[in-house]
Design a protein around this ligand. Structure first.
Ligand code: CO
Length: 134
């Protein structure tokens, strides 16, 4: 697979409204969009650094994976996302190498990206997302 760069760092927060002023007013990152991604159970608040984005993730409900992450580990870095040129080729390569992925196929994530998550047990403890630009 070909990695094109770090697409975003995702940070689990309890409350976007309380967390966002640091990113928008102190670091003065440009706000791109706030989006609800039902399939992932999150509300995501996305900022541009110029080289890779920061996404704040807030739980959309009790069953959200962000809820269990916050309960187990507290607020903090949730996953790192790398942009790839071809998500389906990347998934095949992961499968061929017995790397544990969290879905059968690519899913559609925030901003219409095609995404897949790699289990932390295959990466040294970090949830890794791969994403192909729409
Ligand atoms: Co992400």
């Amino acid at each position: 697979m070909k990695i094109l760069g770090i697409e975003h760092l995702a940070i689990a927060v309890k409350n976007i409204d309380k967390s966002s002023p640091f990113w928008s007013h102190i670091l003065k990152l440009q706000h791109r969009v706030t989006e609800t991604v039902e399939s992932e159970g999150v509300i995501t608040d996305i900022y541009d650094t110029g080289q890779g984005k920061v996404e704040l993730l807030e739980s959309l409900g009790k069953d959200s994976p962000i809820n269990s992450f916050l309960e187990n580990r507290g607020p903090g870095i949730h996953h790192v996302c790398f942009e790839v040129d071809d998500i389906n080729a990347a998934i095949k390569e992961l499968r061929d190498n017995d790397i544990a992925i969290l879905s059968e196929d690519a899913k559609v994530g925030a901003e219409g990206y095609k995404i897949v998550f790699i289990h932390p047990k295959s990466t040294g403890g970090v949830l890794v997302e791969l994403a192909e630009k729409p």
